[in-house]
Design a protein around this ligand. Sequence first.
Ligand code: GDG
Length: 483
Amino acid sequence: MSKTIIISNRLPLQISIEDNNLEVTPSVGGLATGLKSFHKEGDSIWIGWSGLPEEEIPEHLLEDVKSKARDEDCIAVNLTEEEIEGFYYGFSNRTIWPLFHYFMEYTESDDTYWETYKQVNQRYADEVLKHYEEGDHIWVHDYQLLLVPKMIREQAPDAIIGFFNHIPFPSYEVFRTLPWREEVLEGVLGADLIGFHTYDYERHFLSSVSRILRHQVDFNEITLPDRIVKVDSFPMGIDYEKFSKAALDHYEKTSENQSELQQRLDHHLKATPDAKLILSLDRLDYTKGIANRLRAFEYFLDKYPEFVEKVRLVMLAVPSRSNVPQYQLLKREIDELVGRINGKFSTVSWTPIWYFYRSMPFENLIDLYTSCDIALLTPIRDGMNLVAKEYIATRTDHTGVLILSEMAGAAHEMNEALIINPNNFDQIASTMKQAFEMPVEEQISRNKMIQKRLKRYNVEKWAQDFMKALRNTEDNRQAFEAI
Ligand code: GDG
């Protein structure tokens, strides 16, 4: 029977060593949380890095790492520290990530990073080929593995390969600045089907293919000398039931089995019944607009002092890529902003920002989603933004207000949210005021509409649609051969 082979930089599990024992924890991040449910239910194997550099795995634990991964139908790719530096922290996160999110001033062009990126992409492709059998469907994920489709195709010309990009694809004018633009496009074009979250990213990709490689592009099909490649948009959904059920279970809890975080949140709500909590939740990344969000919050308190002591920003920033200098600088900037704003506005009984710099277990995430009256998500650029969708899914009584940046892919599907430009502080501040004053009936009617959509187009449907379109490319191939 044929299977699906999923390939992503990281596995959905993270293996670490504690006191000479292996510990397995789920990975945090959009791709892992989204695809995990598809992987659990289907007949698939998942190939990716375990999160441990090869040098840190003692010889006697090597087999254990493999077997822990195998228990979850995963195959661990081993990477050395040098490879992680050049491939992951280097080319992926200092070249592609900033460029694709329009942070051109952060984009580095380094030949060593590029060489390591190619070498590591080849390693992933080789691992796929070890497990590939005719009839299997191969699904490659994201910007760390842009060359893998072509590398697989070179060894298995008839393979059915899909590629999905979880981050934006920039406009041609930005993409063309990449020194290795031809190789990158050719790498992705090894796939039969290329998917993006939105129509805009799809359009940008097609424009780069036609202008840089001069391939014929008709609507969403690219004609290569020997094949047709299909490009389409598939906005990724969430495991809606998981989030709404977790929220319902959460409300069933008595004070004895509540988390400490929830007890603190409840304490705050009881002490200040007319105050509201605003949620800010992301990986600590410059694309997420966290510093701007803090500045906009400060502007809001300055402009509308009547909200002093009536509002609290609960901010969870999850540590991410802390080896990259821009992330270290951003961390410092955020620490300073939080300190300054808290110093400026705090009263003896009130602190405007609760700031957590850590990752939290799923249960605490639900505590935050369900306790906050408003979610303020202001990315400068974001492929999709699953947090926006998860927040709405947990609002089982349909109350709550989502303020979302128009730069997030999710904004295209969430028209009923309050959509803002993340660079316009005045607009953010007046939208926060609007959120505060929004009648409950209006909150309910807006959220119900979004919930209906999120429920229907959940992550399972997203994966099914992609796989269905991938299978359809086989018909395309036959038609091409018949010409
Ligand atoms: C990339 C693209 C695109 C976060 N903190 C914790 C935690 N999370 C989970 C959330 C959510 C996920 O991580 C974050 O997903 P996002 O979509 O918001 O952001 P990225 O990580 O940047 O994801 C993005 C996504 O890929 C999918 O294609 O939407 O645009 O950048 O699911 O719940 N989970 C736990 N603890 C945390 O502290 N357990």
